[in-house]
Write a protein that binds this ligand. Structure first.
Ligand SMILES: Cc1cc2nc3c(=O)[nH]c(=O)nc-3n(C[C@H](O)[C@H](O)[C@H](O)COP(=O)(O)O)c2cc1C
Length: 215
């Protein structure tokens, strides 16, 4: 059985990021019985970022999986054994959410060697990074996964980015103080792009699953 772990770094269970990740999961599972998909919602977990305990760097006992014990521990252990990894986050103030960043500290610090600055994960695997945001392709403030993208590329392999732009932030714009957005323009963009975004997520899931199943 090949395993794909999907990490949802957004707070809303039924909005844009969750929908993109669910479509990715549907695409992966469409490949058949040989694929197991585990969806993890970071906002459901009680965990810390890197505690700088340095337990992963003790001489003779160095580990490329974080040794700090909390609700993230079984997830990090699962990723170490996985065959594919998907990270999804809304863009908040130009970056991924705090929860996603905090998770990435725990994932990536044990990969980094302070002896030679190499990056080594327990296993290399395909990675997809999903972002959803208000911005447009030609005008957005997203740094995406920022410096963490370099760590992911070095340790796991070059990630594929999957971005949904100009998403609907609320279901009904008339109920909120959101006059800076034209609901009409949002609706038009959504009608032209959202189904396509979801289809791209589905196809990316199918492609990842097909790739890992033939490994
Ligand atoms: C706290 C906060 C900050 C945001 N900052 C940005 C931003 O910097 N750039 C942007 O394009 N969208 C920004 N957005 C919009 C979200 O990224 C966008 O609505 C996203 O699709 C929400 O994902 P969700 O529907 O899965 O919750 C922000 C939203 C919130 C709540």
């Amino acid at each position: 059985m090949k395993k794909i772990v999907i990490i949802d770094g957004g707070p809303r269970r039924n909005f844009n990021t969750a929908a993109m990740l669910q479509k990715f999961a549907d695409g992966a599972m469409s490949v058949g019985d040989g694929i197991e998909v585990k969806m993890v919602r970071l906002y459901d977990l009680d965990y810390k970022g890197c505690m700088s305990c340095m337990a992963c760097k003790i001489k003779g006992k160095a580990s490329n999986v974080c040794r700090f014990k909390d609700a993230l521990t079984p997830i990090l252990e699962k990723i170490a054994q996985a065959d594919g990894l998907v990270l999804g986050s809304p863009i908040y103030f130009g970056d991924v959410t705090g929860q996603m960043r905090t998770f990435l500290e725990r994932l990536a610090f044990p990969w980094l060697s302070y002896n030679d600055y190499s990056l080594t994960a327990p296993k290399r695997m395909p990675v997809v990074l999903v972002e959803t945001m208000n911005g447009l392709p030609e005008r957005n403030n997203s740094n995406g996964y920022g410096s963490m993208e370099h760590c992911l590329a070095g340790a796991l392999g070059q990630p594929q980015r999957l971005v949904a732009y100009n998403t609907y932030q609320v279901k009904d714009y008339s109920r909120f103080e959101l006059a800076g957005f034209s609901e009409e323009a949002k609706r038009q963009y959504r009608d032209e792009h959202w189904q396509e975004d979801l289809q791209r997520a589905f196809e990316a899931g199918r492609k990842m699953a097909e790739g890992v199943i033939t490994q």
